[in-house]
Design a binder for this molecule. Structure first.
Ligand code: 4AD
Ligand code: MG
Length: 463
């Protein structure tokens, strides 16, 4: 018999009085005195669970049904009916309940019916997908992933798989993870024995696919990449991961104006899709995390982003400098308290800050005519701060070469990158979007470790 998912039921793809087969896990069990049990069963395909009504005339009622606990897996055949209760829309009158997997020691089961904190759940990343909250986040994550591809494909961008193993440090700053097949315990001994490392040079996990993506933009015009990137930043904050997903786009003949407006369009598109596709998931978060989530997302679709130059943002902060711990000066890299003030207190809206001081940005950004700022922009959202960072790229060979002096003895690794300016250079621009940061904003959660299935942060690699 064909299996029916709960999403098919709740999206009205099944008929009332139809006999159906569902598979899933028990969320709860309640027994009435009159010999009827009520199971709440979910299968993850949609936020909802469904109530299954089981009579004691079923052959395994006393031997198995009355022993079911939260987490047991079951296959149920039954008749789909409208629920007489006002809370549930549908329920299933069981014809048979096949118990597949039991919970071996229910009193020790970490996902018991008790409400657990998100911090507690982080110790059980392999079991937490069973909770309502992680289920909701996961489905939202999936919607955004799918619609990122949909958005770019519909606009005729080409998807490029940029490498994960690399020899270069795109962003220049920050620690990278080195990779090697040598055993760290006997590193020196092995190095002698093998004589050389696998690549015959130092290899890293990439912090960004941008530079290689540019190579493709300089031929296919409109390209994007979407994959995991790695940063060995020791920032134990609620917004930083050592492994996170980044969407990067790169566009030939584009500029900062076009690309920053485009980033605003992308964010609105993705949020509109989540509102449509994940309303039940959002409703749960609205009830349990923050009652403003849905209204905030709805108003996001029409909100006007503020575009301000770095120097304007700096002036606003200078006028209110007594509010901040850190001294405000030209060239400061805004910290969380500054971003928070600008976005949540001053503008009370998403903002795009552009034209940053050259000295705080990477070598590849295009120098403005003032000689001290670059055509860079950051998109800051309330609650999470920077979600997107991008820029026009330096397209002049001589200036790029000069900037690269900063890279000192690693310059030789970027000769190929200079070729892109030597052979038919073009103005071009792009940006990177932190996938988990965006989901942090959408879901209203506080900590990025609850957004990615198996978080990797400093001192934490448990799975
Ligand atoms: O601003 P970033 O460092 O920009 C780049 O890497 C550029 N090469 C992108 C490009 O132009 N193609 O990173 C982009 C975004 C940030 O805005 C932030 O949302 C996210 O990536 N991000 C992080 N997310 C989670 N954990 C971290 N440690 C992050 N660091 C950056
Ligand atoms: Mg940045």
């Amino acid at each position: 018999m064909k299996v029916t998912s709960l999403s098919e039921i709740f999206l009205k793809k099944k008929n009332i009085n139809e006999i159906i087969l569902i598979r899933g896990w028990v969320r709860s069990r309640r027994d009435s005195k009159s010999g009827i049990s009520f199971l709440n069963v979910y299968d993850g395909s949609i936020f909802n669970s469904i109530q299954v009504v089981i009579k004691n005339s079923l052959s395994n009622y006393f031997t198995e049904i009355l022993k079911l606990t939260i987490g047991c897996s079951v296959i149920i055949k039954g008749i789909l009916i409208f629920s007489p209760s006002s809370i549930n829309i549908y329920e299933i009158k069981a014809i048979s309940v096949h118990v597949i997997g039991k919970i071996l020691s229910p009193q020790k089961y970490p996902m018991s019916a008790k409400k657990h904190t998100l911090e507690h759940l982080r110790n059980f990343c392999h079991l937490r997908p069973r909770t309502n909250i992680i289920g909701a986040i996961t489905r939202i994550r999936n919607t955004i992933f799918f619609n990122i591809h949909k958005f770019f494909q519909s606009k005729k961008y080409f998807w490029i798989s940029t490498p994960i193993i690399t020899s270069i440090n795109t962003e220049g700053a920050g620690e990278m993870f080195k990779i090697s097949m040598l055993d760290m315990k006997n590193y020196e001994y092995q190095k002698k024995k093998h004589k050389k490392n696998f690549f015959n040079r130092t290899a890293f996990l990439t912090v960004s696919g941008q530079l290689t993506l540019e190579a493709y933009a300089c031929a296919l015009s409109k390209v994007y990449s979407f994959g995991p990137v790695f940063r060995a930043e020791n920032s134990n904050t609620r917004k930083h991961l050592a492994e996170f997903w980044m969407l990067e786009i790169e566009e030939a003949f584009s500029n900062i104006n076009q690309i920053s407006k485009f980033s605003e369009k992308l964010l609105k598109f993705l949020i509109s899709k989540v509102l449509k596709k994940n309303f039940l998931d959002l409703s749960f978060l609205n009830k349990n995390i923050n009652t403003k989530i849905i209204s905030r997302l709805q108003s996001f679709l029409d909100i006007k982003f503020f575009y301000i130059e770095y120097k304007e943002a700096l002036n606003i902060l200078l006028k209110n400098s007594h509010l901040f711990l850190e001294k405000i000066y030209w060239g400061i890299d805004f910290s969380t308290e500054h971003e928070k003030y600008l976005v949540e207190v001053y503008f009370k809206a998403p903002i795009i800050i552009y034209n940053y001081p050259k000295k705080i940005k990477p070598f590849y950004m295009k120098l403005n005519t003032d000689g001290i700022t670059v055509s860079a922009f950051d998109v800051l959202l309330p609650h999470v701060g920077e979600v997107i960072g991008g820029s026009e790229r330096e397209d002049k060979f001589e200036i790029l070469k000069e900037n690269m002096k900063l890279l000192k003895d690693t310059q030789k690794d970027y000769i190929w990158y200079q070729d892109l300016r030597k052979y038919g250079t073009i103005p071009h621009a792009g940006f990177g979007l932190g996938f988990e940061r965006l989901i942090l904003y959408i879901t209203g959660l506080k900590n990025i470790r609850d957004i990615i299935p198996f978080p990797r942060t400093s001192g934490n690699l448990n799975f």
